[in-house]
Structure formats: structure tokens, C-alpha cells
Design a protein. Sequence first.
Lengths: 138, 58
Amino acid sequence: MNHTRATTADETRPMELGKLVLLCLAAWALPGAGHLWQRQTSKGLVFLAVLPLMFGLGLLMDGTLFGLTASAQSLLTTGAAIAERGMGLPWLLAALFGAGAGDVVSPTYEYGWVFMVVAGLLNCLVILDARDIALGRK
Amino acid sequence: MRSHFAMMFLFAVMVSTVFAVLQKDSAREQIRLGLMMASAFVGFGLVVGWMMLAFPLW
């Protein structure tokens, strides 16, 4: 498989599959890392600032970290749980430190989990963008 | 923070920022698209909010 990465307008160099996977993993773990890796500093910094902030605000608004274990949960809840995991390290830290218990009677609960789910989904788009840049498609 | 409008505004600004930075390369284009998208988010939210007055919860 021939992967190429555009660095400048007239320079392309091959990117191995292993490196591409590593780039995507880094982009998942730390929002914006995929862009920073490819020297798209301003874009990477914007993602690094906005996405964890959005996820953190969701936590502060009493949003919940949806679990994947219970078989009784609905398909939508499962989708939300997967979307939140798109956030990478911030999600992992929140889960490790027991944050995101969620307070369903809080007036901001719905806003909270929507912020968290959307932050995860946006990070998935950011990962795909970093991958496209690495493959020279953008 | 308990203001629905403030939360909607924050949401609109952050989502618009990410989309604008993803889709455009120059700072000028990013700001333009981001402002347009955030305005559309907020405007549409307000319109839908007012429309929902016609369907009260009871």
C-alpha cells in the first residue's frame, strides 16, 4: 500500500502504514495532535484548546459518561457511549478519576452530555482530517 | 451556569470554530465561516425555540 503525505506544494514523501496508524492514535488520544505532528500548528492548537474545553464544560454541566456494559441500555445510549470515547485522553482521565457520574435532575444535564458526545464526534472528524492530510488528500 | 441561551451560544461557538478550522485554511476564511455558522446556529435555535411555544408541554 502506497501512502503519501503532502508536506509542501511540491514535496511529497511516503508515510508508512505503521506511522499513519500511530498518527491516528495520537490524534485520538490528544485532540489536535495529528495536526501538530504534521506541522499544522494553528489548527492543532485550536483543536487542542476547543475540544477538551467542550468536553470539560460538559462534565461541569453534570453530563454523564455513558457506560458500554449494561445490556439493558438503548441503542442511542450505546451510540453516545461510543461517541464519548472518541475524545481519547480527556475521556480516559474523566473515567479514571470517577468524573461524569451525571445528575439527571440537574437542569443542565442534557446540555452536559450533548457537549461531551459532540466533542467526541468532532474529535473523530479531526482524526479523519489529520489522516487525509497525511495521505495527501488535502 | 444556568442560562439556556448562554449554553446554546457556547455550543454554537465551539462547534462552529472546529468546523471552520477543519474546512478552511486561511484565518480570514475560517473567521468568516465560523461567524456565519455560529450565527446560523444561534438564529436557528432562537427560531425553533419560539416555534416550540406553539406546542406547550402539558
